[in-house]
Design a protein around this ligand. Structure first.
Ligand SMILES: Cc1cc2nc3c(=O)[nH]c(=O)nc-3n(C[C@H](O)[C@H](O)[C@H](O)COP(=O)(O)O)c2cc1C
Ligand SMILES: CCCCC(=O)C(=O)O
Length: 356
């Protein structure tokens, strides 16, 4: 078994099947979930030859943060459900890999502890905070302050969840609550919920005006997560957003959304390099990352692969997953004649079965 698949297999062996299903599953018939991965399989890379790639580098700068590779850790809920080390283990391994960890509203470890853990490994470790805007603006404001005080250097606002996706596996398994002792720790001690953990609320009432209010309230760069329509990328630019993240929530929200790599070119075209375009969904190898970078992403996020590494081996497992992806990325870039991520251009991507 090559690559990341062995981590998923190990995770499946170790996890409670109900929890495995929560991590692995998607919305509805899991069409978008499958398509995210399959879409990469429909693409091929058209390599360039005889280009000196020695002395190359995978480093990128993301919203001012130095990053050793253009692969970051996308926000996923409830890491302590995957492994007792939880978000702390993920934070240590991600810091060691020199890349960005996006922790968030649904973490089972408080954001301050996540950042502290990462900074124990590396002083300048980068942690961003994924925010679910909450209907009570005071709650949102408190979450933002919490992330700022913890030392997060960007906010990632998830905008693809006006309602919660319908997850058939969780419904069938009756999985709707965390087991005793595990909580969304960032929701603790918030206004109006003294001494208790507030539930994370989804709301269809949010508009770009709420983004404007957030913009006015924080100096942190803002990433909008869940952009698929190019017009929304244009709106993001108009509203002073600092980056867009092309995502369909790993196929967990709108089941008939396109694969993210299929949606990427139109978004990149709309943005025209004015702000970074990030992507997540279905990245399972360094080659997948290379394809997305060539099609206009500045960096790509991984969700489930990190959860599989975490479940399989805690901090060590996450480290192995990130190192495997880095190694494949370096190797694929070299074979494509690319010395740095900037050399990955759209002409290198073609449809399988139809070379130029
Ligand atoms: C178990 C699980 C939990 C997730 N929790 C969140 C979350 O709390 N907030 C969020 O914005 N996205 C969440 N996501 C979506 C991820 O950030 C990301 O978009 C997705 O996992 C990328 O696809 P991939 O798993 O194929 O890499 C979650 C995804 C999974 C699989
Ligand atoms: C309220 C928890 C949200 C987790 C999430 O975003 C997901 O499971 O996809």
């Amino acid at each position: 078994m090559t690559g990341l698949a062995r981590f998923e297999r190990r995770a499946r062996e170790l996890l409670d099947p109900v929890h495995y299903d929560f991590f692995a599953g998607g919305a509805g018939d899991e069409v978008a979930l499958a398509d995210n991965e399959e879409a990469f399989g429909r693409l091929a890379l058209l390599p360039r030859i005889l280009r000196d790639t020695t002395g190359g580098s995978t480093a990128v700068t993301l919203l001012g943060d130095a990053c050793e590779m253009p692969i970051f850790v996308s926000p996923t809920a409830f890491h302590r459900l995957a492994h007792p080390g939880g978000e702390r283990a993920t934070a240590r391994a991600t810091a060691a890999a020199g890349t960005v960890l996006v922790t968030g509203t649904a973490a089972t470890t408080p954001v301050a502890d996540v950042v502290a853990e990462a900074r124990e490994i590396r002083e300048d470790a980068t942690v961003w905070f994924q925010l679910y805007l909450q209907p009570d603006p005071e709650v949102t404001a408190a979450l933002v302050r919490r992330a700022e005080r913890a030392g997060c250097t960007a906010l990632v606002v998830t905008a693809d969840s006006p309602v919660f996706g319908r997850r058939g596996r969780d419904d069938r398994n009756g999985f709707h609550d965390l087991p005793p002792g595990l909580y969304a720790e960032n929701m603790r001690d918030l206004p109006g919920g003294a001494d208790r953990v507030r539930p994370i609320e989804m709301s269809g009432a949010f508009t770009w005006e709420h983004l404007d209010r957030l913009r006015a309230r924080t100096d942190l760069p803002i990433v909008v997560k869940g952009v698929l329509h190019p017009e929304d990328a244009r709106l993001a630019l108009r509203h002073g957003v600092d980056a867009v993240l092309v995502s369909n929530h790993g196929g967990r929200q709108l089941d008939v959304a396109p694969a993210t790599v299929d949606a990427l070119p139109a978004v990149a075209e709309a943005v025209r390099g004015r702000i970074p375009v990030l992507l997540d969904g279905g990245i399972r190898s360094g080659a997948d990352a290379v394809m997305a970078l060539a099609l206009g992403a500045t960096a790509v996020g991984v969700g489930r692969p990190v959860l599989w590494g975490l479940a399989a081996g805690g901090e060590k497992g996450v480290g192995e997953v990130l190192e495997l992806l880095r190694d494949e990325l370096v190797h694929t870039m070299a074979l494509c004649g690319a010395a740095s991520p900037g050399d990955l251009t759209g002409d290198l991507v073609t449809r399988r079965g139809a070379p130029r």
